[in-house]
Write a protein that binds this ligand. Sequence first.
Ligand code: ATP
Ligand code: MG
Length: 691
Amino acid sequence: QAERLAQALASLNEAQRAAVEHGVGAAIAAPDERPLLVIAGAGSGKTSTLAHRVASLIAGGVDPQRLLLLTFSRRAAQEMERRAGRVLAQVLGLKSEAPPALPWAGTFHGIGARLLREYAPQIGLDENFTIHDRGDAEDLMGLVRHELGLSSTVNRFPRKGTCLSIYSRCVNTRAPLADVLKEAFPWCDEWEAELKKLFGAYVEAKQRQNVLDYDDLLLYWAEMAAEPALAAHIGARFDHVLVDEYQDTNLLQASILLALKPDGRGVTVVGDDAQSIYSFRGATVRNILDFPSQFTQPARVVTLERNYRSTQPILDVSNRVIAQAAERHAKTLWTDKPSAGKPLLVLVPDEAGQARWVADKVLAHREGGLALKSQAVLFRTSSHSAALELELARRNIPFVKFGGLKFLEASHVKDLLAVLRFAQNPRGRMAGFRVTQLIPGIGPATSARLLDAMEQAADPAQAVREFVPPSAARAQWADFAKAYEALREPALKWPADVELAMDWYLPHLERLYEDTSGVRRADVEQLARLAAGYASRERFLTELTLDPPEATSDRPGPPLLDEDYLILSTIHSAKGQEWNSVHVLNVVDGCLPADVAQSAQELEEERRLLYVAMTRARDHLHLLVPQRFHVTQQAARGDRHLYANRTRFIADADLEGFEQQTWPPPPERPPAVPPPSSVIDLRNRMRAAWR
Ligand code: ATP
Ligand code: MG
């Protein structure tokens, strides 16, 4: 096996191997093993190093149950499982690539939810808590605000979305409200006292209803980890804690890591400060910069500079974009990958022209043997791809879009999920309200009366059964009560719940969405198929809320898995991935940097975004610069076109790194032929007609 291990690691460079082998050998990290930080540029193999490390640890005898692997998305966790599995199969000499299940691989939020359910009795939570996504959280905030009489229409109190953002920032940065207001929301400063009251009431409402929002998953976890007894218990379950994309973690996440492993033993984090793009959500690059000295032992720091992803011309232009950044670990990437020429900087007249150019290029690449799947189109904001989506649909080029409208945002999907949530947590008022409002003849006041009754009752299903609805709703009510009771039946075996919920819901769907019920039904059925892949109702609801599937049948996609399709993605969602050919749309001031970015810090983050986008490309990189682009302004001001300039992040001096193109090429003018000198005065003829 040792030989096979050496073989599996043979392709790694020296620095990568050092990181992979750090402390590997003993099943349990040695007491003096230092925490490990791999800080390195894009495409230098951080994620693959982590995968190799996971494989080596398991090959060395570490129980996969005892590996906590934290990634940026669930997709990334699955990818890690796949990559580690491939290496492990090689090391163990297995024929088939059966990946080792990594039961504790997931996002901070997902793992947090699981641990909180497990330790619920120890921290005063009810394990059946519901998780509120951003939309639910906003609605609840709005409701509480309304109950406190703090309406935005009457006294210009901040809107519910703003309130939630302020609250969320307080939680994620662990900063006092006054500081957050001063720094990030100065126009809400006058409302400090009211906001404080609002947030207090919001927290109480969540507890009454047994719900946690996204931020709570980290906050409760961090608070739980701050209890020495619990921290020791949880910390002892994992020999190794490994984190990818560490530059995008926030203070709460860092504090969790520190509390679980105060001496840093068995802790590995990898990241790139130049790719930090989530500070708008409270992530801080300080985490990665402070890591070396946070634990009781200093960390070992490994840097990687060799890039295996991109060609040198792509690296050259990317390096120049990031070289101007104000604050960063200096690193210059290099590669010896053969080059396919310079990246293109393409001037197009407008977004329609941009769409046409991209579609042409994508098809040309496919002719040349490049599958659609190895090509991607990236953009700053989801709405930037609208023109391209039309063009692709027109030409029958299949595509899947990431980071756009989510499956879960479709109202029929929300309805069905609400039924399941309400069955799981009878105190969850958002779900309860949504479900009971589906029943004809039930108004908001009746719903509220029912939810109050359920809150008091020992057996919620009984409260439903005994509830007296308005007489018009009686028959429908009996139906619902029966379904609800069946769903609350303890012996019910997942995913039978979904069948029950669908049986009750589908007639309502037909009635509510008459003309679109066909596609919606297909979505709901897809949800049922998805559900079968999860171990339990809790896992299904949790993971779906935290990491929702991306597409709905509101639009053409998603194609089947084995089909070929082009990837459309926001830059944020493209993190960590790579494609042979990458197009970046709207590389103009106002889009990248976005015009909402005002402060120097925000602008720096926009620069890093462009860097992330460019470094996704393996062989071909195309930056598109429409001369005019379309902005949809606030409703009142209407739409308009703006003349655009190339992004300020690419200076004139950097242009030599690109091959510049203008499309369509300027028309060749035919030589001008002078008109014959005057032949006849037509006016005479007009007058003559009436003579
Ligand atoms: P990012 O910063 O974008 O997340 P990364 O540092 O995580 O990038 P990886 O995604 O791990 O980089 O690797 C980039 C590419 O380089 C992958 O295709 C990977 O397979 C390849 N690669 C990494 N290390 C090596 C190596 N030693 N030999 C050959 N290819 C490698
Ligand atoms: Mg990576």
